[in-house]
Design a protein. Structure first.
Length: 228
């Protein structure tokens, strides 16, 4: 977990935590896919969570956040265009990850594997390979993005502009395994930082947070092979 300084803006803290969630989740999927004890349903849930959240994240950057930054500092346009090109590479990798069929049960998958189709162990190999590709792209991309983006958020995006952007992100985030986001955030940040990120949740959702945390803890134990 990366600790932030007291002077970090909300934009920097929230972005840093969400990026750390992406690192944690992509790493976990690549590792969990290699463990035969992890049910396909648990892998599918994490895979689907990753695909929709990574897509939504880079789409909101490309179409909403980048134009705001360029309006304030036009000299960053080329660098942000380069980051958007990396988003396109990630999109291709996410297409491959999403295409791995995890809907069959284990017996059907094993039977398909015996006849030469991708199934059983083959499904897990395909998922692992696709997940490892996504992990590599995400980790490399964030290493390129953060030295540019975090100072830009601090220096060129006002608190009010960030709050408006963050609210749009929350309002348009697909409701896929949202409890995993809460669980990963708890691992990525301090309680105060996590509360800052979750402060924008709709009021009806806030009473559900304890149950979401419990569900996330259970699901993450299964994915890590440390619980049933």
């Amino acid at each position: 977990m990366t600790m932030g300084s007291p002077s970090e803006s909300s934009a920097v803290v929230e972005t840093r935590l969400v990026h750390e969630v992406h690192r944690l989740a992509t790493t976990l999927l690549a590792e969990a896919a290699a463990r035969h004890s992890v049910p396909l349903g648990a892998l599918a849930q994490l895979r689907d969570f990753l695909v929709v959240n990574l897509r939504h994240h880079h789409e909101t950057e490309d179409h909403d956040l980048w134009p705001q930054i360029v309006a304030a500092t036009p000299g960053m346009a080329t660098a942000l265009d380069d980051l958007s090109e990396e988003h396109e590479e990630l999109e291709d990798a996410l297409d491959h990850l999403a295409a791995v069929n995890l809907s069959d049960d284990e017996s059907k998958s094993d039977k398909a594997g015996a006849t030469g189709a991708v199934g059983g162990a083959g499904v897990r190999v395909a998922l692992r390979d696709a997940a490892e590709a996504v992990r590599a792209i995400v980790h490399d991309h964030l290493a390129h993005e953060e030295p540019l983006l975090l100072p830009a958020l601090r220096d060129h995006v006002s608190p009010a502009a960030w709050q408006d952007f963050a609210q749009r992100v929350i309002a348009t985030t697909p409701p896929v395994a949202g409890h995993l986001m809460v669980g990963f955030l708890d691992e990525a940040g301090t309680p105060g930082e996590v509360e800052l990120v979750l402060a924008g949740l709709p009021e009806p959702v806030r009473p559900l947070l304890p149950a979401m945390r419990r569900q996330a803890a259970d699901d993450l134990r299964i994915l890590r092979g440390t619980g049933s």
